[in-house]
Every structure is written in C-alpha cells, then in structure tokens.
Design a binder for this molecule. Structure first.
Ligand SMILES: [Fe+2]
Ligand SMILES: [Fe+2]
Length: 286
C-alpha cells in the first residue's frame, strides 16, 4: 500500500485560497490523498498568513503549511504558532526566530510524516546553511518518521537541485516553492527521492507571479513604487501529487497537477473516475 501526498504550491491571496477550498475537499477522496502540505506564505492578501486564512486552508483539508521568506509579514502568524503546530517557519532561520521548524504529522492511514522547509541562499536574505539545517532535523527525527517532505523555498534553480541531490535517498520528496512558476522536471532521483524544482503558484495566473500586471509594469517603467495588488484572473491550483512507500519513505511516483477554475467547477459534478491529475499545464489564454 502506498501513501499519496499532495503538495500545493504557494497559495496567493483570496483567488488561491478559493480554488483550494473548492477543489481540495473533492480531490482528497477521489485521489486517495493521505496527507496535504501547502506553502501558505502568500495566503493572506499575497503576503503572510492570518488566523482566518489558516483556518480556511485547514478546513479545506490542508494538514501542514510551510512558510517562506514572507513568514512574519502578518502579525497573526505569532498567534498561529502559539496555538497550532500545523504551520512551520523555515528551519535555517536563526534559532531565536519564532515558530516551529518541524511538523510531525500523521497521514490519514496513520503513517508518521515529517515536514520541514528551508530557504535557499542565492538572491535571498542571508540565512543559515540549508544543508546543515536539513542534516540537523533529519538527525532529530531519526527513528520517528521514515516519510519526510522537504520544501526548498528558493530563488535559484541550482539551490533547489543541489539540496535535492544532497538529500536524495534520505527524504521522500524535495519540492521547490517561491518562484511561483511550475517547472516541468518532476522526477524520482536515483536514490528514491521525488523532486520538482518548483511546484508553481496556486493563485491568479493572469498576473506577474500573482500580482497585477499593470501595477508591476508601472513601477518597472517609472521606478515609482506602487501597491502590487493581488491579481484576480485565471486562478489555478498548482500542486504535485506523489506516492511513497510508508515503510521505507521511498518515492514511487510523482505527477504535476494543474487545475483551473473550469476544472475545479467540474469537480463538483463529475464522478471520481473522470478526475485524473493533469499531465501538463493548459495555455494561459485559450
Ligand atoms: Fe517566497
Ligand atoms: Fe511565494
């Protein structure tokens, strides 16, 4: 028996949360998903996480939320950290940084799963070494969880590829977030770790990585700062579905998932057999 895990890429604002709430409760039973992880660093207004947004995502079926560089953008994250262990901060922040760095959760079949996230170091704020942070946490969970999901929240593709090779065979999956554009390189590495450079954004795809195109463009052209509102057009759920052997933690399959508004709507009516994870992303317009 294998364990199916769905990892949802950066959820951006209300368009992102809305499509998660619409699709996820139906996908869980249809695809036999045993655990849902999502990156929630942009869930509240495009930056940070509030109690209400946390609850919305949890109610939709998200078990664990990873955060990234925007973790402290909304003060309510401290309340979330106090009350729940379902949201985690990057593990290579200073030890004084508030919030848990590791989530130990139980999948629906009872399998213990460890989840953590680390930030890359290229074109990001200076953080501690992600390799050492991962080693430290793996040592900590030794004998506790064989299934380990790692979110590598990084700007540079090479940072993500390197960490995945470093952890190959020691964790179940290394999945990239932060750049908000899904990459077509989902694969199982030589030693059995599922990998994808970026899972992509769950939010408005008619945008500049989730923000209004006109606002971003005006600042790019004039250098006058503008408020980069979250866009609204073409919301999509971008995720990766992978399966693991719960005994060994080894990945068995990995598949990209992209669900647009129309498909999310269709989920409400169609039978389970008709819903298969999409292999590729549909073009933005038409
Ligand atoms: Fe980020
Ligand atoms: Fe993000």
């Amino acid at each position: 028996m294998s364990l199916n895990i769905l990892f949802i890429g950066d959820v951006v604002g209300s368009p992102g949360r809305k499509i998660v709430c619409q699709a996820l409760p139906r996908l869980i039973p249809r695809w036999g998903i045993g655990l849902v992880v999502c990156n929630a660093e942009n869930a509240a207004g495009g930056s940070g996480l509030t109690v209400r947004c946390f609850e919305e995502l949890a109610d939709a079926g998200v078990d664990t939320m990873t955060m990234g560089d925007h973790v402290y953008r909304k003060d309510e994250i401290f309340k979330i950290f106090e009350r729940s262990d379902r949201a985690i901060r990057p593990a290579n922040f200073p030890p004084e940084a508030p919030g848990p760095e590791l989530a130990l959760v139980q999948a629906r079949d009872g399998t213990p799963v460890a989840v953590f996230t680390v930030l890359g170091r290229t074109f990001m704020r200076p953080v501690d070494c992600p390799f050492h942070a991962a080693d430290r946490l793996l040592e900590q969970i030794r004998g506790t969880a064989r299934v380990v999901v790692v979110d590598i929240h990084a700007e540079a593709t090479s940072d993500k590829q390197l960490l995945a090779r470093y952890l190959d065979g020691r964790v179940s999956a290394v999945l990239g977030t932060h750049t908000h554009v899904a990459t077509a390189d989902e694969q199982i590495l030589k030693q059995g770790t599922a990998y994808q450079t970026d899972v992509g954004m769950t939010g408005p795809h008619d945008s500049i990585i989730g923000r209004r195109y006109d606002r971003v463009l005006s600042t790019a052209l004039t250098f006058v700062p503008a408020y980069f509102d979250v866009a609204t057009g073409d919301p999509r759920l971008s995720a990766t579905l992978f399966s693991v052997d719960p005994e060994t933690g080894t990945a068995q399959s990995i598949q990209r998932v992209s669900i647009n508004q129309e498909e999310a709507q269709r989920l409400l009516t169609e039978s389970a057999d008709e819903t298969r994870p999409a292999r590729s992303v549909a073009p933005l317009h038409g």
